[in-house]
Ligand binder design. Structure first.
Ligand code: HEM
Length: 183
């Protein structure tokens, strides 16, 4: 990357420039993290009560499950997302659960519609943006009414979760109000 980098005038980096960049990565990258680790251990070693909290959190995070080598692990988001410990009365439609003030402090792995970790969804941001644009356009112009009850949908768990025979939504036209009208 450094060998191909150019400035606006097309000048490449000299060997000296490249050596300086490598020095920066090597030394700034090494000393900073090494010092931060040292200081962390020193501070935890000086404050056993805080160290005890760290031990507890680590034991909760890593303890409990021993996964033997070679075992296949299946994560079932359908069940995970209905865990009442994190989502009380999980079957109730309460979008407010996801407001920042209601989700701060929640275990980041409690809700993983796009998976998590190195192989999570690369389309997440695009998908959320697309859904916001489509939903806001529909809902500005229509009121929607579901024609079926949830129990009537007969969910089918394929690669994604689908209703067996489609979903029927009634649309009723509405005229978007301008911001001044709503004041
Ligand atoms: C609501 C919409 C979406 C949901 C819920 C979703 C969910 C997911 C999940 C759970 C995974 C991980 C699958 C696994 O662990 O095997 C994944 C991976 C992936 N998704 Fe999405 N996705 C969505 C939209 C999109 C879009 C719009 C794109 C592309 C524009 C996309 C591209 C990908 C790709 C390429 C991977 C594989 C990433 C990898 O293996 O490194 N997804 N998605």
């Amino acid at each position: 990357m450094l060998l191909k980098a150019t400035d606006d005038a097309g000048n490449t980096l000299s060997h000296k420039d490249i050596r300086e960049e490598v020095d920066t990565f090597m030394f700034e990258g090494h000393d900073t993290t090494a010092a931060a680790l040292n200081w962390s251990l020193f501070l935890l070693g000086s404050h056993p009560e805080i160290q005890a909290k760290v031990h507890k959190e680590l034991d909760e995070t890593f303890g409990g499950f021993h996964v033997p080598k070679g075992v296949n692990v299946v994560i079932v988001p359908f069940a995970l997302h209905r865990d009442p410990e994190y989502f009380p009365e999980p079957e109730e439609f309460r979008p407010e659960r996801f407001l920042p003030e209601n989700s701060s402090g929640r275990n980041p792995y409690a809700y993983i519609p796009f998976s998590a970790g190195l192989r999570n969804c690369i389309g997440q941001r695009f998908a959320l943006m697309e859904e916001k644009v489509v939903l806001s356009t529909i809902l500005r112009n229509f009121s929607v009414k579901a024609s079926q009850k949830k129990d009537e949908l007969c969910l089918v768990g394929e690669l994604i979760l689908r209703p067996q025979d489609g979903m029927w939504i009634e649309l009723e036209h509405r005229t978007p109000r301008s911001a001044t009208q709503t004041l």
